[in-house]
Design a protein. Sequence first.
Length: 433
Amino acid sequence: MQDLVVVGAGPYGLSIASHAAAAGLRPRVFGRPMAAWRDGMPPGMLLKSEPWASNLSDPKGAYGLAAYAATQGVEARHGVPLPVGLFASYGLWFAEKAAPPVEERTVTAVRPRAGGGFGVTVDGGGDSGRHRETFLARTVVLAVGVRPFADVPGPLRALAPERVSHSVDHADLTRFKGLDVTVVGAGQAALETATLLAEQGTTVRVVARSHQLNWNTLPPPVERPLGEVARAPHTGLGCGWKNWLYAETPGLFRRLPASTRARVFTSALGPAGAWWLRERFEGAVEVRLGESVAAAAPAGDRVRLDLVSTRGSVDAVTTDHVIAATGFTPRLSRLGLLDERLRRSLRRVGASGAPETDAVFETSHPGLFVTGLLSAPSFGPSMRFVLGATYTAGRVVRGVRRRLGTGSRQLPSGASREPLPAGTAQTNWMDGF
């Protein structure tokens, strides 16, 4: 029986695996390393977050983004966006240097066992020659990223994949050269996708129900007068005290009433474009504000969209393809790999559809841990970003060790007797922060 299975090999999965290995565990990690960044983001995209807020987490902090950038002759500077491709390569470097080997296979089912633990089923791994495998695991960590939770507006869901897609579906936009594309959404994914399309010669429009587009401003220098820092401290989520609370105290956020957490999760850090994108976007992309898709239907080999305005007027647009850059909703109902009875049994955060967790990211089912977007309604907005991996990784491993009985409890036969990493040895007053 495996002590720990990590499902997913993105920033959260790799960070947890790194901490687990350092704590003496032998996790099995499944997934395509950095898949969302390699397979769902086209060339030309840039990181919106600051380099210092985009680190994966290893216990010694030795394998940050700046360290990798230096090996490539690149300086990771505050206020200078880095290519998404560089970040994806950084994740692969981190996986090689700081994490145990990743098995590039897909976990297709996680089922609870009557006596405790889980049955985990994994596919055969494509051309690897391996057969489908089912084995037992005492603990499972879900680090599945955002792709399972992609939102597509209701009127678009009946369209064929050739006519509608989500922004995470595209590692290459060149298939849309010379075509007419409608992008739905008002956040960074929508605005940057539309910009890249326009710059390659695609006729593109953005449709957004908001009445204005929001743009982040150029971040102030790291070194500032003390008074400016006191008014608006830097955080990995942007400047300001509210952002500081979200970024630095996820444990306090978890103690808020469930209804408050669910409301903040859906409203905090609303859609906005990066400051460095605005000049490229404006004048290059048609924008239709205050409109939403009321209906969509095939029109020959194209798509007819009925756009309704907030005033109630309806206008029809015909387009070749629709890209929904409409975000992600972390609902357990979308996580098909989890046994249905297990999904239904988990305690939720209010009406959010996301699982409630304790301070170490364990759900109400013993031994099942969730991270990243799935944990955001519990721990706050920072879990929607790479930034949250640093807070998460050590705490999850602490929870796993306690569940296995390797923390303050007796060690099972053959388990590692190495001390816990600094800051994770015993429960203390910092556990909730």
